[in-house]
Ligand binder design. Structure first.
Ligand code: GDP
Ligand code: IMO
Ligand code: MG
Length: 430
């Protein structure tokens, strides 16, 4: 067994892309298992700086097989654009496969996403507007179109016949439009032809890799607090970004997974609407945003910033059976004189140590904080745990204690090198 799942532990943008890029150098296969191009994974390596939305972060290693898994929703135009961007940096795609079972995001999904957000008014979710939610809805509604359908003209026509009546009447009632069938059909047959060499049943590939004992990485998108079941519903995405979703989306049984790595920023951010108990709307929040360049990778929106929430993080570790934590962006805290960690919530005069299920309640909780001294020293050049200032070590050790999960890796800068291995990467695959 050498399957490692890398999952987001907060509300996204924890640095999953940079972690997968680092680990992928030692992996034979990387599978993106859920979400769509709502994700934005920044990778900085010897090839340059890249913002990946659909292509797995193992693509920079020509020997590593990269799979866009069955659980992903694929916008072919966005994927082709991303491949063009990567090709400019001489990235090649002989090692990229797309599951023929993955669902397709259609232009009418983006239109529906946009219109529904507008209709929500003040209650808008702050979606990324990429059509991801409507594409997953249609998959569940059984009027979705799958990547494999793009390879067969007649099949695609039948799929459109099943979907378009419903979509027409829905969008018409919203005052939206759908392209005429012939144009839509032709456009998606063209996409299918452009992607043909990459589309295939991925089950045999994955099973062969498992049988060989290959090192396989499962690349998460979004994060557990955005999970449609366990996140801050309805302010969530429409997939299951955690370890269970990794198995489902990649087509790997849970017993095959050797380790689950939860990726957490050393503080918290959130982009889009929804409750965020430790949010800072003061100058400390601004400092985190500016030092951390906390602007969305996909939409450019400013991210909301706040203290580390150990209540939420413990919940996520429990939900996902996290074996290890990967801490990112520790360096962003370097200037702060004091740090706070949320260890409980106060609501209606009572103290609770769990995340309420209802957003109405979660919006009302007051965080209970524990204060720790900052280190006010640069951690940029730390490459071992002992290189870190004593107060930075103390901060991380306290977080480990609160979560009951040990640390595997710590990052102190956006590039590959700025990483500290508490556990050797090879051991994570063992
Ligand atoms: P993802 O969606 O989880 O892959 O994360 P994003 O790429 O959306 O956001 C993470 C941002 O933090 C990116 O701009 C990364 O380059 C940056 N980053 C990741 N790790 C570190 C780190 O340890 N220190 C600093 N300063 N930046 C980091
Ligand atoms: P990565 O993989 C941060 C958020 C959106 C919105 C909610 C629903 O880069 O961590 P959607 O478009 O999915 O219907 O929007 O989910 N969201 C993310 N936030 N990082 C992401 O991905 C996100 N993907 C979706 O901002 O609040
Ligand atoms: Mg991101």
């Amino acid at each position: 067994m050498s399957v490692v799942a890398v999952i987001g532990g907060q509300w996204g943008d924890e640095g999953k892309g940079r972690v997968v890029d680092l680990l992928a150098q030692q992996a034979q296969m990387v599978i993106r298992y859920s979400g769509g191009n709502n994700a934005g994974h920044t990778v900085i390596n010897d090839r340059g700086t890249f913002k990946l939305h659909l292509v797995p972060a193992g693509i920079f290693n020509p020997e590593t097989i990269n799979i866009i898994g069955t659980g992903v929703v694929v916008d072919p135009a966005a994927l082709l654009e991303e491949m063009t961007m990567l090709a400019e940096a001489d990235v090649t795609f002989d090692n990229l496969y797309i599951s023929d079972r993955a669902h397709v995001i259609m232009p009418y999904h983006r239109e529906q996403d946009r219109i529904q957000e507008a209709l929500r008014g003040d209650g808008r979710l702050g979606t990324t507007g990429r059509g991801v939610g409507p594409a997953y809805s249609d998959k569940m509604e059984r009027i979705g179109i799958r990547v494999g359908d793009l390879l067969h003209s007649e099949t695609l026509l039948q799929c459109f016949a099943r979907a378009l009546d419903v979509k027409h009447s829905l969008l018409q009632s919203y005052g939206g439009t759908i392209e005429p069938l012939p144009a839509l059909h032709q456009q998606f047959i063209d996409y299918g032809q452009q992607l043909r060499s990459h589309i295939r049943p991925t089950h045999p590939l994955v099973q062969q890799a498992l049988r060989r004992g290959d090192r396989i990485l499962l690349e998460g998108a979004q994060a557990s607090l955005l999970d449609v079941d366990w996140g801050t519903y309805p302010y969530v995405t429409s997939s299951a970004p955690g370890a269970a979703g990794a198995c489902q989306g990649a087509g790997i049984g849970p017993r095959e997974v050797s380790h689950v790595l939860g990726v957490f920023k050393a503080y918290t951010t959130r982009v889009g609407g929804g409750p965020f108990p430790t949010e800072l709307t003061d100058e400390t929040g601004d400092l985190l945003r500016e030092r951390g360049h906390e602007y969305g990778t996909t939409t450019g929106r400013p991210r909301r910033c706040g203290w580390f929430d150990a209540v939420a993080a413990r919940y996520v570790c429990e939900l996902n059976s996290c074996d290890y934590i990967v801490w990112t962006k520790l360096d962003i805290l370097d200037e702060l004189p004091t740090l706070r960690i949320c260890t409980g919530y106060q609501i209606n005069g009572a103290k609770i140590d769990y995340m309420p299920s209802s957003v109405a309640e979660l919006s009302q909780v007051q965080p209970i904080y524990e204060e720790l001294p900052g280190w006010q020293t640069s951690t940029d050049n730390a490459r071992t745990f002992d290189d870190l200032p004593p107060n930075a070590k103390r901060y991380l050790e306290r977080l480990e204690e609160l979560l009951g999960v040990p640390t595997a890796l710590i990052s102190v800068g956006p590039s590959r090198e700025a990483s500290i291995e508490r556990v050797p990467i090879a051991a994570l695959f063992a």
